[in-house]
Design a protein around this ligand. Sequence first.
Ligand code: NAG
Ligand code: NAG
Ligand code: NAG
Length: 511
Amino acid sequence: MAKLCNSLFLGCFLCVIHTGLPQSYYAVPIKIFAGQFNWSPELDLVPLKRNLTENGLSLASSPAGVVHFLNMLNNLQGDSGRGYYMEMLIGTPPQSLNILVDTGSSNFAVAAAPDSDITRHFISMSSTTYQSLGKAVTVKYTQGDWEGELGSEQVSIPKGPNGTITVNIAAILSSNGFFIPGVNWQGILGLAYPILAQPDSSVEPFFDSLVRQTSIPDVFSLQMCGAGIAAGSTVDRAAGSLIMGGIEPTLYKGSIWYTPIQEEWYYQVEILKLEVGDQNLNLDCKEYNSDKAIVDSGTTLLRLPKNVFAAVIDAIVQTSLIQDFPAGFWTDTKLACWPKGETPWRFFPKLSIYLRDTNASQSFRITILPQLYIQPIEDLYDTLDCYRFGISPSASGLVIGATIMEGFYVIFDRAQKRVGFAVSTCAESSGLLLSEITGPFVASDVSSDCLGGSLLRERLLWVISYSVMAICTLVLLVLLLIMALPCRCHRGSGHRAEINDESSLIRNRIK
Ligand SMILES: *[C@@H]1O[C@H](CO)[C@@H](O)[C@H](O)[C@H]1NC(C)=O
Ligand SMILES: *[C@@H]1O[C@H](CO)[C@@H](O)[C@H](O)[C@H]1NC(C)=O
Ligand SMILES: *[C@@H]1O[C@H](CO)[C@@H](O)[C@H](O)[C@H]1NC(C)=O
């Protein structure tokens, strides 16, 4: 969930105004703005294209025919700035709450106490099926954190698989910077792996419970349709689909390209190369994966490790036709504005990420047009259209967030430990596709291993060293025991009781 809506709190704006000369721009600070935008709805959603098969039904590819994907179409609302959410019915009798879809964490948690930023919350006392586990839990995200109580509860998803399932739930009792003013979601659905679950990995994540209890295939896929839509609108709109249990053919065009999940904690992938326009950034490919590269629907922007970010800005500035671009634009403290109707995208290059293919000696390339990373902001002025930069620097690895995900239908194929990308049917603006996928490329010219030292690897090393220490301690204790035995032989029987005490002490220690 990192960094949601970071740019709702911009310090000030700076506008780049068209002077009339085709490629000459100058910067004029025209307004200082210290508060929050007063968002007003403006743009329409690019309608989702549905292509129904002959009998009017688009069914699951699931062998048992358990899942009707058609009923899951358009089950998401929201936008890239404040996240995509889905309605869930929680408890008995059911309480309807909107839940943020986050592939970058693993706890299912809902507001269970009033909070000034949200309009409703889960009332656990009115649910006959809520069971507290009497255990406290805290989760910290890149942005914000919350504290609550672990419990279990019955949940169903109106636009999801049939049936009610029993899941672990965290009742959020207090939080900091987690809920955002004016958001329309009241909880979070962490869709990543158990190892990230708090307080420990024994808390089975929601999707694991769903797969176990409804026998749907261990796959979900996500289409987020915010491309080209001004972030921060106050109106709810159908904005995407979370397909639980498989792949819905009407949500993508062309073929699906798969990259292996490198480690099952976040959805960690391996990035081999970055291109701005046709220009290879030419950094050591380990830089792209330091300390990890993940796919996270709960992050608004494309986040890049600092070195990579700097290289991307340099390349964009070189490639772009705009001179003297205000530095504040790249750091997301300033917006760039053009006269209404003067869309700026033709001034910017495409951006491509090369991912390792499931055939490890190949790669494929996902490309976004500038329409996805130069993002419109709700109307602020009568005569200007303003845009923000959809890429930000990161100290915690590369994050493929909504900026990229909105171009693609992304398949989280947990069963086969891979993430798939296909061109999304809703990443389109006036007939122009905003994303592309090409491949295969031979990865032989790239290092065979671009993975940086990941946190998980470090953690594994710790586990190993602790295990070694434990084994050494055990061996030592056994040795002590053996040394004690001859003593028993030499000493008289009168000492036996004492020795027995000692050995029981050792047994206790081993426990
Ligand atoms: C819908 O599917 C049919 C048959 O597969 C195809 O001929 C047609 O072009 C599709 N329409 C769109 C808009 O993709
Ligand atoms: C799911 O529920 C709906 C509504 O009751 C029903 O029409 C549909 O057949 C059910 N699907 C399955 C696979 O049971
Ligand atoms: C993997 O890619 C290499 C290089 O393109 C190719 O020679 C090989 O046949 C591929 N392997 C499989 C199993 O497709």
